[in-house]
Design a protein around this ligand. Structure first.
Ligand code: HAM
Length: 421
């Protein structure tokens, strides 16, 4: 028996049925990236591990437990891996920004990227080892206007993708001026309670007390009593946060304050945000998230610059769209070329090629089947029209609407216009 292969755990094949939904969401990504004035950037799928360790923080799950290491060929210098598949895009984009001296470009810089990310976590519903994100980053704008603009953009993305009822959860976790005082308050609160914390949270308490709040197993009562970052903001951070809230109100963007929202990566300052379908906050992981990272560029060796961005999960968005409304998937409008004579494959191909030259989306095949079977197969494939060759050369053509069943004789020159209207 030959060995059977299957996709690695935590990965999925994108089959044609689901690919249509993906394409629609990807089209929204491209449309909005252009309409909001973002420029595309692409970075490698793998980078040096220490870029992630330094960038995302040693206490983040992504670095501590989920790094997907890659090694070089046997016997090569890189055999003992110093690389990892990217768990997220921001660190790589900032690396590229510094490496290519992009700080001299007109500021603020607006970049977008879409592609696969890798986290070696235990696979579960909506959590994969390979997943896709749409990422946008704005470097060189201290906000809060851009913070509001990006949150509005994320809302528009979900709406355009066909998802309703998405709410932004919002928090501010302060900056280098006020964070130390907040850290101390958390330490003072949680240290005597260390016995009630999970092993994970206890360790986080020592490395980065903010991330105790992010622990899934944290007792809700302990969490509710914990100091809130919003009560510890310095004047500058408070003004920034209030400015952001006013702008969101002005734009009529839905949001809710979540004072436990510290995010899973260590680079955030001030604004943190996550997106959920309303009512599913507790049961489902975030559809997307992001925030401000005013200190990261300096940490990675660049000239200090304020920055903000988000990553929206495409996998989770497609799943949510399908759960809410399968109709959101747009079918492509395709015309199938068929023939009365089963063996007129050459004629069908010639006509199909002529139509493709005119920009029509065409399906055609070379199987020798009766007209009825050809039409059946066109309907099953989701074609909107069938163009029937009444003679083997296709000198006499009939266009049939496969939805209404109506048909009429046509000349090849009028087809492109007919199917477009
Ligand atoms: P993140 O919250 O780690 O942020 O990921 C953003 C989104 O990626 C999540 O909300 C989720 O939709 C998706 N995602 C994350 N992990 C998985 C997984 N294992 N399976 C499926 N989907 C997943 C970041 O990555 C930051 N770089 C966002 C950002 C950009 N912050 C500033 N700029």
């Amino acid at each position: 028996m030959p060995q059977k292969f299957s996709a690695p755990r935590g990965t999925r094949d994108l089959l044609p049925e689901e690919a249509r939904a993906w394409e629609r969401v990807e089209a929204v990504v491209r449309d909005l990236s252009a309409r909001y004035g973002f420029e595309r950037i692409d970075t490698p799928l793998f980078e040096r591990i220490d870029l992630f360790a330094r960038g995302l923080g040693e206490s983040s799950d992504a670095v501590e437990k989920e790094m997907f290491r890659v090694s070089g060929a046997k016997g090569s210098e890189e055999e003992r891996s110093e690389w990892a598949l990217r768990p997220e895009p921001t660190a790589g984009i900032v690396r590229a920004y510094i490496e290519h001296g992009m700080h001299v470009r007109p500021s603020p810089l607006r970049l977008w990227m879409m592609g696969p990310m890798f986290r070696y976590a235990r696979p579960q519903a909506g959590r994969y080892r390979q997943f896709t994100q749409w990422d946008v980053e704005v470097i060189g704008d201290p906000g809060p206007m851009v913070d509001a603009e990006l949150i509005e953009l994320a809302h528009r993305f979900y709406a355009d993708a066909g998802l309703s009822g998405v709410v932004a959860q919002l928090n501010s976790i302060g900056d280098a001026a006020c964070r130390p005082r907040y850290r101390e308050a958390l330490l003072a609160y949680f240290s005597p309670l260390a016995g009630q914390l999970s092993v994970d949270a206890e360790r986080r308490l020592r490395v980065n007390p903010l991330r105790v709040l992010d622990d899934k197993e944290l007792d809700p009562q302990l969490a509710a009593g914990a100091p809130k970052s919003l009560d510890y903001l310095c004047d500058a951070c408070r003004t920034h946060f209030e400015g952001l809230r006013d702008l969101l109100d002005l734009l009529e963007v839905r949001y809710a304050i979540n004072d436990r929202l510290v995010r899973g990566l260590d680079y955030y300052t001030r604004t943190t945000v996550e997106f959920y379908v309303t009512g599913r906050e507790g049961q489902q992981d975030a559809l997307g998230g992001g925030g401000r990272y005013d200190g990261l560029i300096e940490v990675l060796g660049g000239q200090p610059a304020p920055a903000i961005g988000f990553g929206l999960g495409i996998d989770r968005t497609v799943m949510a769209v399908q759960a809410q409304d399968g109709r959101a998937v747009l079918e492509p409008l395709v015309l199938a070329v068929v023939s009365a004579a089963p063996d007129a494959a050459a004629g069908r191909l010639r006509i199909a090629t002529a139509l493709r030259n005119q920009g029509v989306s065409v399906r055609v095949d070379g199987l020798a089947r009766k007209l009825g079977r050809q039409l059946e197969s066109a309907v099953k494939a989701g074609a909107r029209w069938a163009l029937i060759l009444n003679d083997p050369q296709g000198e006499r053509l009939t266009l049939r609407d496969l939805v209404s069943g109506g048909q009429r004789d046509v000349a090849i020159a009028e087809i492109a216009e007919l199917v477009a209207s």
